[in-house]
Design a protein around this ligand. Structure first.
Ligand code: HAM
Length: 418
């Protein structure tokens, strides 16, 4: 039998229903904030990523799915979405010099060592605000991502923020770092020895314990920012404070991609555990357009991992609103059938092909399928023009009269919403 490739996943029902709902929720939120969806190809010229994500990044060095196509061109399955969005922005003459807000959702590819929460094909949603230098835009993006996560019931997240400076202030800081790490070269892991030559900032992000200890005493970027970056960072912090967003300043966040300037941020969750604790992150990339051959287009954005997000969601988050239909006998079923079809126009009613059974059987099935609400109806109930809506989570039974459909629908909505 042909097996699935390592690091790839089939996503079966019922998980696919969660994906559908998440997509809907994401698009609704992003559109509300006036971000518009953009679709770009999954396959791009390799140089798009080597020039933007950066030749010294792990992604370009060892994780890209790159091959020569039949036309002898080197092509790569996108490892992330920002470079493609910027390429598309630059290619569209309607966008020239305009402030444009875009969002996307789709698969990305990185040849990483697979483990829980880390796959070789994974999905991201992302937002990019293109052509603005204003730190208020950075703050709004962080606010939107935080809103998305909190509305999904994720409360134990930590938000870390940093500034990585720009091409004015970073070189002097880099020199300081190189001096510091060169003195301690023998304690660095092999990857970091390479990073020291190619991109010493990346050492600050290394997860190897000895490197982490060294990094904790290294010079700090935020003490070396030029006036412009320093002012930008101060303003960002003020905007975040005004929004009452809780964040930690972490001078060691450098992010795994080379294109960042000024703002960088990450949402992490301890519940994801280990090295895969990054749920979403992003930052400013004011110079990326220059790397792609365009003029300077200061921009900022973020992306969130969808598989990691789903790992954190409560299983009932989207399934709570389902009602399990439990009609106890065939005569009642025949009588209540028209009403059930009417209710199906508004509510998600799981009917299990309209089988009738004992209350005990229905209860067992609902519990097994993680369904919170059951609609019980037997002959006596029907004669009284009522049925029982049982809330298994709160252990409450609601007796609902169904003589007036509008009143009934309002009542059920109220119960499900609680
Ligand atoms: P990133 O931090 O590389 O940023 O990826 C964003 C998120 O994608 C991560 O926080 C994580 O949740 C998820 N992710 C990354 N790699 C994997 C993997 N192998 N398996 C599962 N999930 C993964 C970017 O990609 C930037 N383009 C973000 C950005 C947008 N910066 C500015 N605009």
């Amino acid at each position: 039998m042909i097996e699935l490739l390592r690091g790839m996943r089939d996503i079966y029902p019922p998980e696919t229903a969660v994906w559908e709902k998440l997509y809907f929720k994401a698009s609704e939120l992003f559109n509300t904030f006036n971000y518009k969806q953009i679709l770009t190809p999954v396959l791009e010229k390799t140089e798009l990523f080597s020039r933007s994500v950066g030749a010294s990044s792990d992604i370009v060095n060892k994780e890209m799915y790159t091959f020569i196509d039949r036309g002898e061109d080197s092509v790569t399955l996108r490892p992330e979405g920002t470079a493609s969005v910027m390429r598309a922005y630059l290619a569209n003459s309607d966008y020239r010099d305009k402030f444009v807000k875009l969002w996307y959702w789709g698969p990305m590819y990185r040849y990483e060592r697979p483990q829980k929460g880390r796959y070789r094909q994974f999905n991201q949603f992302g937002l990019e605000a293109i052509c603005s230098q204003n730190p208020i835009v950075d703050a709004e993006l962080i606010y939107i991502l935080n809103k998305f996560y909190t509305e999904l019931g994720l409360n134990n997240l930590s938000l870390e923020v940093n500034s990585v400076g720009c091409k004015e202030c970073r070189p002097a800081y880099k020199d300081n770092l190189v001096d510091y790490f060169t003195q301690n070269n023998d304690k660095l892991c092999d990857d970091c020895k390479r990073r020291l030559l190619q991109n010493p900032l990346r050492i600050l992000d290394c997860k190897v314990e000895t490197c982490k200890i060294l990094a904790s005493k290294a010079p700090i970027i935020t003490e070396h920012l030029c006036t412009e970056c320093d002012t930008h960072f101060k303003l960002l912090k003020e905007y975040l404070d005004n929004l009452n967003l809780k964040y930690t300043l972490n001078p060691f966040i450098v992010r795994g991609l080379d294109y960042y300037t000024k703002t960088v941020f990450e949402f992490t969750s301890l519940e994801l555990g280990g090295r895969q604790n990054a749920l979403g992150g992003g930052g400013r990339y004011d110079e990326l357009s220059l790397e792609l051959g365009g003029k300077k287009v200061p921009s900022v954005g973020f992306a969130g991992g969808i598989e990691r997000l789903i790992l954190l969601l409560e299983p009932e988050i989207f399934s709570e609103k389902q009602i399990y239909l439990a009609v106890l006998d065939d005569t009642t079923l025949k009588n209540i059938f028209p009403l059930i079809l009417k209710l199906k126009e508004t509510f998600k009613i799981i009917d299990d092909s309209f089988k009738t059974a004992s209350p005990k059987k229905f209860l067992e099935k609902a519990l097994k399928n993680n369904i919170r609400f059951i609609l019980f109806c037997g002959t006596d109930d029907f004669a009284k023009k009522q049925f029982l809506l049982k809330d298994l989570k709160l252990s409450i039974e609601h007796v609902l009269n169904f003589s007036d459909l509008n009143i009934l629908t309002d009542k059920i909505s109220e119960i499900l919403g609680g």
